[in-house]
Design a protein around this ligand. Structure first.
Ligand code: PMT
Length: 428
């Protein structure tokens, strides 16, 4: 992927608009990401407004928390207008605590970035203080925390600040910058906050999970259609949403992804090579054609197990009271690929209306899979919905993923696949 280090047009109002595919790196690192932006007191607070705009344009959800000091420089209204979300600053705030309480907010975030981070905030973070909403959130969040220091060069050089920053780094806080240059007070030296595009880049790298970097992943998705005649077919309710989310999550995790898609009404997931097919036989052929050097095969497609033994050339007429259909078994793409001597790491899906665990484990065993993701279907579950839940089984264990959006579920599944793949590689 050719990722730019800053927008070549300086101001990029929409992904892809000015510099095309080169914006994709940012777009896919930030899209759907939940960013908690902490703004503390300092003249650089005005640049946090531009950062908010850039993040939102790249598809991130941004919630802004301001310290009291920050409000002396920029009004909450500015951030509210840019993020489309209410801005918070008080720890004990009845209205907000009734909606998304501070602990929920801390859990909500995929990443916390404090920009600008004043010397005072750095000191309070280093001291483990929770004396306002922002510092409390930093203690309570499981997400990575990053700070973008901004202060006078003498304050930055002060041994107290340096010791605080060293301690924060040691505890895993990411420190973006500061830059060196002319300062608002007229001094020249280190302490300038990094510019918003540089902060966007740093945050994108932090969030880009390299779990499948350098790996090739093949995904099948959606239903297949098995034609009965020129106008009719046998198919199922698969929308392709799960498979497309898996393909995109694998690409975001650094993999080179080919997606064999049955007939679905979904746009291309970015950074993925998409091959459209219609029938199970076409999906079978396309999967084999794209199998070279594949490390992971993820079969999310709901492939028709049978196809009409013959496809009528003309539309079937309703001149008989009953109609007998003769069906032929389709090739089992997953079982065939998993049985090869050079089989990739194979992940199957099991869609079951009942006896979920029993049938899923049978598929794991019979198809000789590395992993099977079982989802309950029927009553609006699994097929065609935006949400899903999974129980994933592998020979030595299992993990349950509660109901959530297919997008976030796919990310968690990809992390698990990367973990098990690494374990398998170590064992071989
Ligand atoms: O597309 P969505 O609307 O988002 O819905 C997602 C889903 C419910 C379709 C998905 O999560 C899912 O469960 N996919 C597998 C559905 C299924 O029909 O599984 P199965 O039990 O028939 O097949 C088991 C596995 O073998 C699957 O990985 C399947 O892709 C694979 N298979 C099956 C038959 C066949 N001929 N070739 C195959 O590769």
């Amino acid at each position: 992927m050719d990722v730019i280090s800053s927008c070549v047009q300086e101001v990029c109002w929409a992904p892809f608009e000015c510099c095309g595919a080169r914006c994709e790196g940012y777009y896919y690192a930030m899209n759907h990401r939940k960013i908690l932006l902490g703004v503390s007191g300092g003249i650089a607070a005005y640049k946090a407004a531009e950062l908010t705009r850039l993040l939102v344009r790249r598809g991130a959800s941004v919630r802004v928390v301001m310290t009291r000091g920050a409000q002396a420089f920029v009004t909450p209204m500015t951030f509210q207008a840019l993020s489309g979300e209410a801005v918070r600053s008080e720890l004990f705030d009845d209205a907000h605590e009734a909606a998304m309480g501070h602990i929920e907010l801390a859990r909500w975030a995929d990443a916390v970035l404090i920009a600008p981070a004043s010397a005072n905030v750095l000191a309070r973070l280093a001291g483990g203080m929770a004396d306002d909403l922002l510092t409390t959130l930093c203690l309570a969040t499981p997400a990575p925390v990053a700070v973008a220091p901004a202060m006078n060069q003498q304050m930055w050089r002060n041994p107290a600040t340096q010791a605080n920053v060293a301690l924060l780094r040691e505890r895993g806080t990411h420190v973006f910058g500061p830059a060196t240059g002319e300062q608002a007070c007229g001094d020249i030296g280190p302490g300038r906050m990094l510019e918003p595009p540089a902060l966007l880049e740093a945050l994108s790298s932090l969030l880009a999970s390299p779990a499948l970097a350098g790996k090739r992943v093949l995904v099948t998705a959606g239903p297949t259609r098995e034609p009965l005649d020129p106008v009719r077919f046998l198919s199922n309710r698969s929308s392709g949403k799960m498979g497309f989310a898996v393909a995109e999550a694998a690409a975001r995790a650094g993999a080179d992804v080919a997606l064999i898609a049955g007939p679905v009404a979904l746009p291309d997931p970015g950074l993925v090579k998409r091959v459209n097919v219609e029938t199970a036989a076409e999906m079978h052929t396309a999967a084999l054609e794209h199998l070279d050097n594949v490390d992971v095969f993820i079969a999310t497609a709901a492939v028709s197990d049978y196809r009409p033994a013959a496809t009528e050339r003309r539309k079937i007429k309703k001149d008989q009271a009953t109609l007998q259909l003769s069906l032929t078994r389709n090739p089992d793409i997953l079982a065939e690929i998993a049985s090869r001597d050079d089989a990739p790491f194979c992940v199957g899906f099991a869609a079951e209306t009942d006896r979920l665990e029993e049938y899923a484990l049978a598929k794991l065993r019979d198809k000789r899979l590395d992993m099977v993701a079982a989802n309950p279907v029927g009553d609006g579950q699994g097929f065609d919905s935006d949400d899903n839940r999974l129980i994933v089984f592998w020979p030595e264990g299992q993990r349950e993923f509660p109901l959530q959006s297919k997008t976030s579920l796919a990310r968690e599944l990809i992390d698990l696949i990367a973990e098990r793949l690494e374990r398998k590689d170590e064992e071989n």
